[in-house]
Write a protein that binds this ligand. Structure first.
Ligand code: HEM
Length: 125
């Protein structure tokens, strides 16, 4: 147990930035996920994701981008894609030295976003 916020446990802004780098390296190397980002300026995307994650983990609320429904609408993202991104995030967190319990907390914080992100094939459709 710790009184630290999840944001602090992740190493605040610098820690999150390095995890986000690892996450998008993995996404770029994943032949199913990479095609979603062909038109994307990755430097902006990484900044938006880092700000979003800071806010979502109890850090400063500097995210000024679209809400998750609007950001992902019409992209045909599937449940399997969502699970892959969570898996890549867990691997990037682990590589950054984050312990398993904290990784589980980050995943739990992201899971409720599934319904807003997934607009393609769903498992239970
Ligand atoms: C918990 C999971 C996810 C989170 C927290 C997340 C977060 C974000 C954020 C913060 C943005 C930027 C919105 C803006 O610029 O205003 C974004 C855009 C985007 N996301 Fe996600 N996302 C998630 C899952 C996914 C998945 C599973 C995919 C597809 C594989 C995906 C594909 C995209 C694409 C293509 C964009 C638009 C990039 C562009 O502007 O060109 N996201 N996401």
């Amino acid at each position: 147990m710790t009184d630290k916020t999840l944001y602090q446990q992740l190493g605040e802004g610098a820690g999150i930035a390095s995890v986000v780098d690892g996450l998008y390296l993995r996404i770029a190397g994943d032949p199913t996920l990479a095609p979603y980002f062909t038109e994307t300026r990755m430097i902006d995307q990484k900044r938006h994701m880092a700000l979003f994650l800071a806010a979502a983990t109890g850090g400063p609320n500097g995210y000024k981008g679209l809400d998750m429904g609007a950001a992902h609408a019409g992209r045909g993202i599937t449940d399997a894609d969502f699970d892959s991104v969570i898996g890549h995030a867990a691997a990037a967190l682990s590589e950054a030295g984050v312990d398993d319990e904290t990784i589980g907390e980050v995943a739990a914080a992201l899971m409720p976003l599934r319904a807003q992100v997934v607009t393609g094939e769903t498992v239970d459709a």
